[in-house]
Design a protein around this ligand. Structure first.
Ligand SMILES: O=C[C@H](O)[C@H](O)[C@H](O)COP(=O)(O)O
Length: 225
């Protein structure tokens, strides 16, 4: 909790007056939204786009003005969590089911700051099951095809019902163990009919802020190649 909170506080400090801000989803992004709410109550002027109903509701309660894509040209900065971050800054996201909206928002952003606690930093992605959002129609067949890519998979459930995303779709959690070629896997998954998108975020961030239980904060910035 504390590690997530300090990473979020550091990231929220990057937000400046008049920015359009993408609000992530999850227990780490929660803290970033709280800090932004505090700054708004102190006079910061921003407009925000949320990546989930949950984050939008939190932001509204805090008085953060929410806009829609029709109202903006692009997003200046997005602050979001991740389930895993590898050494090339590739991510697995979607543990909280918001991967599709998160990817749309990240892709519309000039910069994305990823906030995590130290447990999310990994050498190779894949220990965390990769969330894949699929449409309901033909989901059994879509799952068979996903399984052929070499993963153990499970349809996500919640309270004994099939979990539904904010977009009305299903999520399949695909356990690959080790994802050695994330870019290739990303493409292979998204080529399967019925797949809407998957939780691999490739080359979408250059800035990761990691909070440690010790209270230290590590800021990782990808160098130009
Ligand atoms: O769908 C949820 C998002 O991708 C989250 O950012 C991710 O699951 C990390 O969540 P948390 O900060 O709660 O660990």
């Amino acid at each position: 909790m504390e590690a997530k909170r300090i990473a979020a506080e550091k990231a929220a400090a990057y937000v400046q007056d008049n920015m359009v801000v993408g609000l992530g989803t999850g227990s780490t992004a929660y803290w970033a939204i709280e800090y932004l709410g505090k700054r708004v109550s102190e006079g910061l002027n921003i407009r925000a786009i949320a990546t989930s109903f949950q984050s939008e509701e939190q932001a509204r309660k805090l008085g953060i003005p929410i806009v829609q894509f029709a109202d903006i040209e692009q997003i200046d900065i997005t602050i979001d969590g991740a389930d895993e971050v590898d050494e090339q800054f590739n991510l697995i996201k979607g543990g909280g089911g918001a991967l599709l909206r998160e990817k749309i928002v990240a892709a519309a952003s000039k910069q994305m700051i990823v906030i995590v606690d130290e447990s999310k930093l990994v050498g190779t992605l894949g220990k965390f099951p990769l969330p894949v959002e699929i449409v309901k129609f033909g989901f059994e067949m879509t799952m068979k095809k996903l399984g052929k890519l070499g993963c153990e998979l499970r349809l996500r459930m919640k309270d004994n019902e099939v979990y539904l995303t904010d977009n009305g779709n299903y999520i399949v959690d695909c356990h690959f163990g080790s994802i050695t070629e994330p870019e290739r896997l990303h493409q292979l998954i998204n080529l399967i009919p019925g797949v809407v998108d998957n939780g691999l975020f490739i080359n979408m961030t250059r800035h990761v802020i990691a909070g440690y239980r010790s209270g230290n904060i590590e800021e990782l910035v990808k160098k130009d190649t």
